[in-house]
Design a protein around this ligand. Structure first.
Ligand SMILES: [Zn+2]
Length: 402
């Protein structure tokens, strides 16, 4: 663990021809065959494995997971508002520590190859900045193990929950890298009120914007137009994302074209985690072909919103492929890019990838091709973060939590 040189012997970088990877001082120092073993180097045999860049979970909610606690039977109603109300009640009842829960979860994310996570952290008049401080403390404690980016997230709405905008402003001043939003129509009933407030903070502070948009059909579509209008007017192109954007999977072709043009004009990124059931979601392959920036994430992982997500981003790529009906290698590789390069670009990771000079953040997984790893998503053989082995055979090497 403390060695500064590591050789990954004979794996297939991104499923290409086998090559050795030399890691030195946290970076990829050389790729080739064979790299001679130095005296102090730690050598890992990766024959029969694919080496992939570290996974990017660019949409999570680590502060409110129930991970590691006794099974909690899901009992929320079907609407977003029902789920928000249920979550408040569940979290109040369980009284969990957001710091402990988020630490439990990132240990698990690391074991599955996630090297970077963007997490939306709840702020509300009831919670105040408690969760923000908890996740910031967890982030500091895990800084050598995983990179964490924080979105200040108004889960209960902005206009509908007076006092929230002041909390969002405070969170950004305290270092949240992005400001979030949620269904300006569906939750707040005041799209201009919510969007004006959060975009004013973004314009003033320079933080990014990542808005949850579950509102469907034309309501969602006009909300994207409103988001684009503000992105354009404030010169925030490339700094705004819309998460979920279910509406993009519901529009007829000409209406969708209009929105794609706006999305491209202002370089707005679209996040989908390929939601379960019959929930519509953006047409991934079409948007990718048109040049729209896409990315993905786990969303809630075993929390009051649902018990199913596992935090395994390679499984997430599989689920994207599954829901999109991808069978060809190109589709599986697109799903893989959503959890690797696309996510890294969205959260602004510098030196990401498997080239010489890149940060040594990568995952070794059994298989021969990149597409195959998505289809099979087997246990991770090895996870390397900042040049150190942080997980082996599906288990994180983090010391036990205090
Ligand atoms: Zn979310």
């Amino acid at each position: 663990m403390t060695t500064t040189e590591l050789i990954i012997r004979g794996g297939r970088p991104r499923g290409q021809a086998p090559a050795d990877i030399l890691v030195r001082d946290g970076r990829i120092a050389a790729i080739g065959s064979p790299i001679p073993t130095g005296g102090e180097a730690d050598v890992v045999d990766a024959a029969g494995c694919v080496v992939l860049p570290g996974f990017v979970d660019a949409h999570a909610h680590v502060d409110k997971t129930l991970w590691g606690t006794p099974w909690h039977s899901h009992r929320a109603g079907p609407t977003v508002a029902d789920r928000i109300a249920n979550e408040r009640a569940v979290l109040r009842e369980l009284g969990l520590s957001a710091e402990r829960q988020s630490a439990r979860l990132v240990r698990h994310l690391i074991a599955h190859g996630t090297t970077h996570v963007r997490t939306h952290v709840d702020l509300s008049p009831e919670i105040g900045l408690r969760h923000l401080h908890a996740v910031a403390a967890m982030r500091e404690a895990h800084r050598d193990w995983i990179d964490v980016q924080i979105v200040a997230f108004p889960q209960s709405g902005v206009v509908a929950a007076p006092g929230t905008i002041e909390l969002l402003d405070a969170a950004v001043r305290e270092g949240a890298e992005l400001i979030g939003g949620i269904d300006p129509v569906g939750i707040d009933g005041d799209p201009d009120g919510q969007l004006d407030a959060i975009f004013a903070i973004a314009a003033r502070s320079g933080c990014g914007v990542d808005i949850h948009l579950h509102d469907r059909g034309e309501v969602g579509a006009t909300t994207i137009e409103r988001i684009a209008e503000r992105t354009h007017a404030l010169g925030l192109a490339g700094r705004v994302a819309v998460s979920h954007a279910f509406c993009l999977g519901m529009l007829e072709a000409r209406r969708l074209d209009v929105l794609i043009e706006l999305i491209l004009r202002d370089d707005i990124a679209i996040m989908t985690h390929a939601p379960s059931g019959d929930t519509p979601f953006p047409p991934v392959r079409l948007l990718a072909e048109r040049g729209v920036r896409l990315f993905s994430g786990s969303d809630g992982i075993r929390d009051a919103w649902g018990p199913l997500n596992t935090g395994d981003m390679l499984e997430r790529a599989y689920l994207i492929a599954y829901r999109c009906g991808f069978r060809d290698d190109a589709g599986l590789e697109l799903a893989l890019r959503m959890i690797t390069n696309f996510g890294a670009r969205e959260i602004g990771v510098e030196g990401y990838g498997l080239d010489v000079g890149c940060a040594a953040d990568f995952v070794v997984v059994p298989g021969e091709t990149a597409a195959e790893t998505v289809a099979t998503h087997p246990e991770r053989r090895l996870v390397v973060k900042k040049g150190r082995i942080v997980a082996r055979d599906g288990r994180s090497l983090l010391p036990p939590a205090a």
